[in-house]
Design a protein around this ligand. Structure first.
Ligand code: HPA
Length: 277
């Protein structure tokens, strides 16, 4: 029987055969409305998710499905344009296969981005994720553990790496962008939260609510990779404004923040590239 470990080797080998000399060290998972960043990589090789063995394919409008391997200055990146979500019906272990593949490929820092509803922060804010609360009724590590991939009980006390956060903060400051910080609550979706749920999340200490990121962050920590999480606050969370929530508002705000977001990622990747390992 083939194992996840074997499947990861197979997927990474197919990507590497397409990517030639590229050796990505930074992985990017680009959320709703933020995918165009992948198209800014230089000397890029595009690989459709459908061409990568064992990759789950997204069904959501606005989530294209391709991996782009290319350079940002002298840093080689592998960027996922689009991701699959728990609400699409996948279990968490399936969702994290792409993140695991990037790490198998050699990525040791994973930048995970998302659109999120703001509980403490206003729309248009970019928020560094300091920690998460997993409210999805699953964990990607549930099931038999394969010690070749990571330990049974991984530590999560620095899940969103402090050092990477400091670099991102400096990168933001260098371009005059003050980044917010806060705890990301990962919900199953796909319905948005109710106002009562948002009051609960606020009481729990969450600053943002979203439907992604948490499984990938768990899997990356499991494999020993560092994670940087950035939420684009696209709307006030349910009950905090008069307005009904809509996917259109989410993608519209993400679009407005896009150029700031690109600048922040560029500066952060350059800083990671220059930082001593
Ligand atoms: N809730 C959950 N997920 C989201 C939201 C929200 O308000 N906005 C964007 N993604």
């Amino acid at each position: 029987m083939t194992s996840i470990f074997d499947n990861l080797q197979e997927a990474a080998a197919v990507i590497q055969s397409r990517a030639g000399e590229h050796k990505p060290t930074i992985g990017l998972i680009l959320g709703s409305g933020l995918g165009a960043y992948a198209d800014t990589l230089e000397d890029a090789v595009n690989v459709e998710y459908g061409d990568i063995p064992h990759f789950p394919v997204s069904t959501v409008a606005g989530h294209a499905g391709k991996l782009v391997v290319g350079n940002k200055g002298n840093v080689c990146c592998a960027a996922m344009q689009g991701r699959v979500h728990f609400y699409e019906g996948h279990n968490a272990a399936t969702l994290v296969f792409p993140a695991r593949t990037l790490i198998t490929l050699g990525v040791d820092a994973l930048i995970v981005t998302n659109a999120a509803g703001g509980i403490g922060h206003d729309p248009g804010t970019l928020m560094l994720i300091t920690d998460h609360i997993n409210l999805m009724p699953d964990n990607p590590l549930r099931g038999v553990n394969d010690d070749r991939i990571g330990p049974r009980f991984p530590d999560m006390s620095n899940a969103y790496d402090k050092g990477l956060r400091a670099l991102a903060k400096e990168a933001g400051a260098s371009m005059g962008v003050k980044l917010a910080e806060g705890v990301y609550a990962g919900l199953p979706g796909p319905s948005y939260e109710t106002p009562a749920e948002i009051r609960m999340l606020r009481t729990m200490g969450a600053s943002a609510a979203g439907m992604s990121t948490v499984p990938e962050a768990i899997a990356a920590n499991h494999m020993g990779a560092k994670v940087l999480g950035i939420s684009c606050i696209t709307n006030k969370a349910a009950g905090l404004s008069e307005q009904a929530l809509s996917h259109e508002e989410v993608t519209e705000t993400a679009k407005q923040v896009h150029s700031t977001f690109i600048g922040l990622l560029d500066a952060t990747i350059a800083a990671i590239g220059e930082a001593p390992a």
